[in-house]
Design a protein around this ligand. Structure first.
Ligand SMILES: NC(=O)c1ccc[n+]([C@@H]2O[C@H](COP(=O)([O-])OP(=O)(O)OC[C@H]3O[C@@H](n4cnc5c(N)ncnc54)[C@H](OP(=O)(O)O)[C@@H]3O)[C@@H](O)[C@H]2O)c1
Length: 341
């Protein structure tokens, strides 16, 4: 078998059209690739190509008579150490993303659809509301997996607690009634370590409801999103100065959070918590300084060990992950450079 590929890709995703039998795959890569021939059961013709720098596509015809299950629509290709591909057909799943129109939700919906799943982006503006229960039972109908990335509209202590408790209760009850097999929620690294912070208390309450629900679950705790750094600067602003803690901070790109969530969602439930964080731990005052520099903001950043982070004094362990955390690929410096452009 003459396969040649630039790097050992872990996987690719694709779809088959039931109407025409045509299928295609999309590979995402960070490097140029040279080419590959993919052969295997269930596929008749295979031509790979249409290379661009970050993406390659593969088109062909499926042949159900050769072993492809007629209901299978999602295809993944695993590339072995020689760069040869082997395809695996699997059933697409119905996945409901609560908060599917938000920052993380919209990226997650896209990622899961690219993997061939049937994904419902659920939010009040698509007719699904976890507080009023509008559209909730209908959304759950036939769902195997639910990922909760909803966020409260108001972050005042009492309001945010009420949001996550009511939303969590309504959602978990609807999932239990529909027989959902995996509940995934996005929470925050270190939530239980900062009890002075009302938002963190609400996230701990949300996690406790999930743990008590009896539904198989995975909680993914992420560190702060890069997108949140501007808000931290704003919250620490007094006149023309920004006073923030110099405690270690390990923020993450929202793209990396969405990718980790997608992996967790389609994997078996762990009935526990996993963590994900950005690739670098940097003092918070320095992160804010880099953000301001990139956005040409001239305000002065003053490190202050007593400065409160939304009500809490931080140390180097407050917001940083444990040793087993999954680590995202995107560096703050690269992300912030792109925002500035
Ligand atoms: N910010 C951070 O650094 C950080 C770190 C770790 C974890 N997290 C967690 O990440 C999650 C997602 O954050 P995000 O920034 O992506 O949020 P976001 O952009 O504010 O999006 C929130 C989503 O929730 C939906 N929503 C609001 N009320 C709802 C309701 N009653 N029923 C159903 N959906 C509702 C919104 O829909 P509409 O647009 O229609 O209102 C929107 O789709 C949050 O749970 C947060 O705690 C955040």
């Amino acid at each position: 078998m003459n396969c040649k590929i630039g790097i050992p890709w872990p996987s690719a995703v694709g779809y088959v059209s039931e109407a025409t039998g045509e299928w295609y795959l999309t590979f995402i890569t960070r490097q140029w690739v040279t080419g590959c021939i993919v052969r295997g059961k269930g596929c008749r013709s295979k031509q790979l190509f249409l290379w661009t720098k970050n993406q390659a596509s593969l088109k062909g015809n499926s042949s159900p008579s050769q072993g492809l299950p007629s209901s299978a629509q999602a295809l993944s290709i695993h590339i072995d150490g020689n760069g040869c591909g082997r395809e695996k057909w699997r059933e697409p799943m119905k996945i409901v993303v609560i908060g599917g129109t938000g920052l993380i939700g919209s990226k997650l919906v896209k990622n899961l659809r690219e993997r061939g799943h049937d994904v419902l982006a659920a939010a009040p503006n698509t007719g699904v509301n976890t507080i009023t229960r509008e559209g909730l039972a209908e959304a759950m109908d036939g769902a195997q997996i639910v990922v909760d990335v909803a966020n409260a509209p108001v972050w005042e202590d009492k309001a945010v607690l009420e949001f996550f408790e009511t939303s969590g209760r309504n959602l978990l009850a609807a999932e239990a009634a529909a027989g959902v097999r995996h509940h995934v929620a996005l929470s925050i690294v270190g939530s239980e370590r900062l009890p002075d912070n009302g938002y963190f208390r609400a996230k701990v309450a949300q996690e406790n409801l999930i743990k008590a629900s009896g539904i198989p679950y995975t909680i993914l705790r992420a560190t702060q999103f890069f997108e949140f750094v501007g808000g931290i600067a704003q919250a620490g602003t007094v006149d023309d100065e920004i006073r923030v803690s110099p405690a270690l901070f390990q923020p993450i790109a929202s793209d990396d959070v969405a990718a980790a969530l997608a992996d967790v969602a389609v994997a078996p439930p762990v009935n526990g918590t996993v963590e994900v964080a950005g690739p670098e731990a940097i003092p918070l005052d320095e992160v804010v300084r880099r953000y301001l520099r990139a956005t040409q903001d001239t305000r002065k950043v003053v490190p202050d060990v007593h400065a409160r982070y939304f009500g809490s004094v931080l140390d180097d362990q407050s917001l940083t992950p444990g040793v087993n955390a999954r680590i995202g690929a995107i560096r703050f410096e690269d992300w912030v450079g792109q925002q500035a452009r």
